[in-house]
Design a protein around this ligand. Structure first.
Ligand SMILES: Cc1cc2nc3c(=O)[nH]c(=O)nc-3n(C[C@H](O)[C@H](O)[C@H](O)COP(=O)(O)OP(=O)(O)OC[C@H]3O[C@@H](n4cnc5c(N)ncnc54)[C@H](O)[C@@H]3O)c2cc1C
Length: 371
């Protein structure tokens, strides 16, 4: 039976970035991916926004890793000439209640040391974005956009240059604890396979809770069970109404239906957020919800201007629509699983955080696992 030093489950942006980082100092790294190519799930069904980190509680993983990831992504793009645009973002508020929440968000941003945040009044906003009519806004200069596939290609090429092996069409269906590591089994290109590994890294995105359960962890007790929240997008046809990213004040489930220009300047609206049981990427929402949301801050937008675009599914930790839940990134040594690292609930800002998550996981590996 084949034996690997490190097996990473999942070739999304997180699995790829971990592979690129951990293979700098370690040999025999494998990625097992159930699809025919990398990044076909959440990592290619998102907004492509490089977030600033303004939203998350200070010192949480979501905050520290997105703030670090933001900087790392701009550095990677500069060094490797990957297209990126630091467009800046406006978080906009209308009416007293939203202004109160906006003020709280500013305090959180200051607490998190997000650079360059500025309050703007109605006139300031109108000068920057003539179609946006609101009472107050926060300007966030470090927010930008990228094509997620470009970043994944970068991690992929770094990983394969370091001899990382990627097995596509290879789905893990079972994991057994051995005296000296783990045995993974499943189906690879229609055939049964087994592989042993000293270390297993679970970065299976929407399936991360199921992979955690496979090794015997009680995912309900540990708070790892995922609940899927789908988000649909529409696209604005004709001249783009905005140049920057425009977000409402966030609600508890998502960041609220927002406007995001892509690298070509074309603007998408979304995503909304609603619970689903199964994974499919068909747009199911009605235009009206999107138009009504956007009309609150861009009154001139009309229904005929928007068309269905795409959808993504958030791997949210159950209960995170009621209270804040952080990323789970943990070496399960205290649960009797030395050498087993779980990454669960890697929803937004997981794309932004990916290179910082990779450094974080590599540090766990170097400090706690490698002998
Ligand atoms: C609607 C939406 C918008 C978002 N917008 C942003 C944004 O603008 N900015 C931002 O920073 N973040 C954003 N995110 C979050 C970001 O997209 C995710 O955090 C990130 O893509 C997660 O990457 P991943 O590698 O963990 O997961 P995935 O991309 O889902 O990768 C996991 C991989 O594991 C594989 N896999 C699963 N099970 C198995 C198995 N049993 N065997 C083998 N392989 C398996 C899957 O096939 C998949 O390829 C958004 C998310 C959504 C849903």
């Amino acid at each position: 039976m084949e034996r690997a030093n490190i097996v990473i489950i999942g070739a999304g942006i997180v699995g790829l970035s971990i592979a690129a980082e951990i293979s700098k100092n370690n040999e025999s790294v494998y990625i097992l991916e159930k699809n025919w190519n990398f990044g076909l799930e959440t990592s290619s069904h998102n907004s492509g926004v490089i977030h600033s980190g303004i939203y998350y509680p200070k010192n949480s993983l979501k905050s520290t890793l997105s703030i670090k990831g933001n900087q790392l992504i701009y550095d990677i793009c500069k060094n490797y000439k990957i297209p990126v645009r630091k467009l800046g973002k406006l978080i906009v508020a209308k009416g007293e209640d939203e202004i109160k929440n906006l003020d709280k968000l500013m305090l959180n941003g200051i607490d998190n040391n997000i650079e360059g945040l500025k309050f703007l009044d109605q006139e300031d906003v109108r000068r920057l974005e003539p179609n946006v009519v609101v009472d107050k806004a926060i300007y966030v200069p470090s927010t930008g956009i990228i094509e997620p596939t470009d970043l994944m290609e970068y991690f992929y090429s770094k990983a394969t240059k370091n001899q990382v092996q990627i097995a596509y069409k290879t789905e893990v269906t079972g994991i057994k604890r051995l005296d000296d590591g783990y045995e993974l089994k499943g189906i690879s290109v229609g055939e049964k396979f087994n592989i042993q590994a000293n270390t297993v890294i679970n970065s299976a995105g929407l399936f991360a809770d199921k992979i955690a359960a496979m090794v015997g962890l009680d995912i309900d007790n540990l708070g790892y069970r995922l609940q899927y929240y789908k988000g649909d997008y529409f696209r604005i046809s004709g001249p783009p109404p905005v140049k920057m990213l425009i977000y409402p004040v966030p609600n508890s489930i998502g960041l609220g239906i927002h406007l995001t220009p892509d690298l070509s300047g074309s603007v998408r609206i979304g995503p909304n957020a609603y619970p689903v049981e199964k994974i499919d990427y068909k747009v199911e929402s009605n235009k009206k919800e999107f138009i009504d949301s956007v009309k609150r801050f861009i009154p001139s937008i009309e229904k005929y201007q928007i068309d269905e675009d795409s959808a993504g599914i958030r791997p949210k930790i159950k209960g995170s629509s009621e209270i804040f839940k952080d990323f789970v990134i943990t070496h399960e040594k205290n649960n009797g699983l030395f050498g087993y690292i779980n990454l669960v609930g890697i929803e937004s800002p997981g794309l932004t955080a990916a290179p910082a998550i990779a450094e974080y996981v590599s540090e766990i590996y170097e400090n706690e696992i490698k002998n």
